[in-house]
Design a binder for this molecule. Structure first.
Ligand code: ARG
Length: 455
């Protein structure tokens, strides 16, 4: 491969550790697209002739067709996708193939290919997450008034609705999309033309190739162009945050499916059985979404560690950027789709959620607020009075709403019959009308807003 200077080939183990073709063949489309743009520019600037350029473009199209038809033989001895494509081009069109690599290095070539690949992966994540959001919004509308316990510390806090709970994830996933979009905006500059690291003496037109490949502009520094993989790190970082959100929702699905909670049920399509315990309905997909978050976060760490000590500019270490990125895209594909499937599949058990809201005095805050609003008691004192009331209810083994007015008067004689209106969980939820609150009307408002945004 290296021509004149080398007399013997590489040791077998050298070839094995060096070759990236086994995984970087996934970038074949980006490699060919980038080469075609480079070739058109070389013709336009007069660096190569139109005749050679024409042969190169035809040859590259043929190679693309061969790869897509599964008729291309990838050779490890040719190290990577770039050399495999070029070698085949030589077979097809002869010596003119040797002109394609004018004013280019594999360093800017690979930086370009990975960037195109990651840009596409970011776009795909954005689209897939939007689908998940749509699924969540539909379910949120359906369950906008389904009361459930809201938790802090996994202790009953205040009643909320299942719809409100689901809409919380719509917001999180919305920010995840924003992170992929931001990363895309920043990465959308072309490294092509950075050449090995210093630029080139050929009269290339980097603005032309940048535009051709859908970039906003060429990168401003040839060394930076070949040296950094921050765009891949940003993709992995956005993916990691998304994966933690997916994992938290997955964890909740696992909890909600349990016999102790019974908040939701997944159909047979999303449940697995046990080979020994016939009663089991395991939420394996949710557990795997939770588990696979580990790989995604691991991939971010992997690439951060690969990059952190590298001197400028390109180092072969950077060949290690691809596998984490490829794996993460595959993992996100799987996890987002599985989550969307589960969200569409699940049925919520309104009664179980309601029953679970009663123990734990979820309306204690409503009582305290009532004391403030109706008896003009300062909130801190109202909190104290309510604490006594909870204790009384607890001692009697009843809910706050089940205490009699007489019993309440033992704690606070000014309380009136009207207090019972806020102690019901439906009233409690309906009263939370502040912007972004859990009142069903508010939840429906937000759902409508998101529906419009999601189109
Ligand atoms: N396979 C290499 C990679 O993935 C391509 C770039 C090789 N460049 C070089 N100077 N050896 O990074």
């Amino acid at each position: 491969m290296w021509g004149g200077r080398y007399t013997t080939g590489p040791a077998e183990i050298m070839e094995k550790i060096n070759a990236s073709i086994d995984f970087d063949k996934r970038m074949y489309a980006q490699d060919i697209e980038g080469s075609k743009a480079h070739c058109r520019m070389l013709v336009a600037t007069g660096v190569i002739t139109a005749e050679d350029g024409g042969k190169i473009l035809t040859g590259l199209d043929q190679i693309l067709a061969e790869i897509e038809a599964g008729q291309f033989t990838f050779r490890r001895s040719l190290e990577d996708i770039h050399m495999n494509v070029e070698a085949r081009l030589t077979e097809i069109i002869g010596p003119a193939a040797g002109r394609l690599h004018t004013a280019r290095s594999r360093n800017d070539q690979v930086a370009l290919d990975v960037r195109l690949w990651v840009r596409d992966a970011a776009d795909r994540a954005d689209i897939q997450i939007a689908d998940l959001q749509s699924a969540l919004v539909s379910r949120a509308e359906e369950y906008a008034d389904a009361v459930m316990p809201g938790f802090t510390h996994l202790q009953t806090a205040q009643p909320v609705t299942f719809g409100h709970h689901l809409m919380a994830y719509v917001e999180m996933f919305g920010r995840d999309r924003g992170r992929f979009q931001d990363a895309r905006r920043r990465m959308n500059e072309s490294p092509l033309g950075g050449a090995a690291l210093a630029g080139t003496s050929f009269p290339i037109d980097r603005h032309m190739t940048a535009k051709d490949l859908g970039f906003d502009r060429p990168m401003g520094n040839s060394m930076d162009a070949v040296a950094d993989r921050d765009f891949a790190l940003e993709y992995l970082a956005a993916a990691s945050i998304l994966a933690t959100h997916l994992s938290r929702l997955a964890e909740e699905i696992v909890i909600w499916c349990s016999a102790q909670f019974r908040f939701i049920r997944l159909t047979d399509a999303f449940s697995t059985g046990s080979s020994i315990m016939p009663q089991k309905r395991n939420p394996d997909a949710a557990e795997l979404v939770r588990g696979k978050a580990g790989r995604v976060i691991g991939a971010l760490n992997t690439l951060l560690i690969v990059m952190k000590g590298l001197p400028m500019t390109y180092g072969k270490d950077m060949q290690e950027d691809k596998e984490p990125v490829f794996m993460v895209r595959d993992t996100l594909d799987l996890c987002i789709s599985a989550m969307t499937g589960m969200v569409r599949d699940l049925t919520a058990n309104r009664q179980a959620m309601r029953d679970a809201t009663l123990p734990g005095f979820a309306t204690a805050t409503d009582l305290a607020d009532w004391l403030v609003q109706n008896l003009n008691i300062p909130f801190r004192e109202a909190h104290h009075i309510t604490g006594h009331m909870v204790k009384l209810a607890e001692d009697n083994g009843v809910d706050l709403s089940e205490l009699s007015l007489e019993q309440m008067h033992e704690v606070e004689p000014r309380i009136t019959q009207e207090v019972f209106e806020v102690l019901g969980i439906d009233n409690s939820v309906r009263s939370r009308v502040s912007y972004g609150g859990t009142a069903p009307a508010r939840v429906l408002e937000q759902a409508k807003l998101w529906k419009e945004r999601l189109g």
